[in-house]
Design a protein around this ligand. Structure first.
Ligand code: NAP
Length: 331
């Protein structure tokens, strides 16, 4: 299915899961009013549901693990799967059911979709000592120390997605996301909150702690490129932007605010996980929002009171941030 640039999702029927989460919110915010969106979540946050409905999104309240999904179309133009369960009680059975079986139930229902984007995570890779990993790198239980069920249930979900692609002949693309951030928050924003609270930011002793920062504008622009790469058997892509280490992005957050980052080395911290994104780049995916600009925009959107100096003056002058025109950019 050739969907082309984001604007070509206009008028399409899109089933989107996880619309109240960090990533799903960023996508649905831009697609609402353009595509016919059917959003799926349990909607534990009823205010979020009301906002979506006010924006013209049709909300279907369903627990993917067990609910009847017959309210969803069997043949949407696209499925964008961003729902994820991260059980704080480390309940493996519950998270495998929601993340792996839940995806299977979704794809069984929407088996005649034209293209399916399954959002996965770089957390599926084994720690590789800070070397960039490509899509065929060994898998591992990477995030066990912080989110016990996460890596295993994402690997299980990917396996279900591959099975569904073959079983139902539905084109699937699996995108292993690194560090998304922007107006909706993200890992750097949690670091900002730690800095504001005077807490040390935990970092793995093997430095630098590099990841691929991906601003939500770029993430959204990549969605149709990834959808166009969906295939049977399923295709797999690393999904991330510029390689930056935690220490450097926290220093930058300190520079644009009055906050001083402190770091604490911990063996329990997740080790560096940079991605080789050459396969993604070959699709034409570009990075339009430079990471420093993206961080400034994130702070301006979420904590403008913390900005100082030139960054604060730009916000109070209502400067239009670079990258703000990327919405319909093919990437
Ligand atoms: N955020 C990151 O830094 C990051 C990094 C790498 C990869 N990713 C991937 O990006 C995707 C989105 O992550 P996120 O951080 O945006 O997630 P999130 O903020 O935790 O949001 C999760 C979403 O899934 C919904 N959900 C959870 N359990 C559900 C269930 N059983 N049935 C139906 N809906 C359910 C939640 O709504 P309800 O609770 O109301 O159901 C919510 O809308 C995931 O695939 C994740 O693995 C995220």
């Amino acid at each position: 299915m050739q969907l082309g640039p984001l604007s070509s999702l206009r008028g399409r029927c899109v089933v989107l899961t996880g619309p109240t989460g960090q990533v799903g919110r960023a996508v649905v915010r831009r697609l609402a009013g353009e595509a016919e969106i059917i959003a799926v979540a349990r909607f534990r946050d009823s205010a979020a549901r009301e906002q979506l409905e006010a924006a013209g999104v049709r909300c279907v309240a369903a627990d993917l693990a067990e609910a009847d999904l017959s309210a969803l179309p069997e043949d949407p133009d696209a499925v964008l799967h961003f729902a994820v369960s991260k059980n704080p009680q480390a309940d493996f059975a519950a998270d495998l059911r929601a993340n792996a079986e839940g995806l299977g139930r979704l794809l069984s229902r929407c088996r005649r979709a034209k293209a399916v984007l399954v959002c996965s995570s770089a957390a599926v890779y084994a720690y590789a000592g800070g070397k960039p990993v490509s899509e065929d790198a060994p898998l591992g239980d990477n995030h066990r120390s912080l989110l016990p069920t996460y890596s295993l249930s994402k690997i299980a979900a990917e396996t279900v997605a591959r099975f569904a692609a073959r079983e139902f002949s539905v084109p699937v693309v699996i995108a292993r996301l690194s560090v998304p951030y922007g107006d909706e928050g993200g890992w750097p924003w949690y670091h900002l909150l730690m800095m504001q609270a005077g807490h040390a930011v935990p970092v793995h002793p093997e430095r630098p702690n590099t990841y691929n920062l991906l601003h939500e504008d770029d993430l959204v622009a990549h969605v149709p490129l990834l959808l166009a790469a969906a295939s049977v058997p399923a295709a797999t892509f690393n999904w991330g932007g510029e390689v930056v280490d935690i220490e450097t992005w926290c220093e930058e957050l300190g520079r644009i605010t009055a906050l001083e980052p402190r770091f604490e080395e911990s063996e329990r911290a997740i080790g560096a996980l940079p991605l080789d994104t050459s396969r993604l780049q070959a699709l034409g995916a570009r990075i339009r929002v430079p990471w420093r600009e993206g961080l400034r925009r994130m702070v301006a959107a979420r904590n403008p009171e913390l900005l100082r100096g030139e960054a604060a003056r730009e916000v109070s002058a209502g400067a239009r941030p670079r990258g703000a025109d990327c919405r319909d950019d093919p990437g």
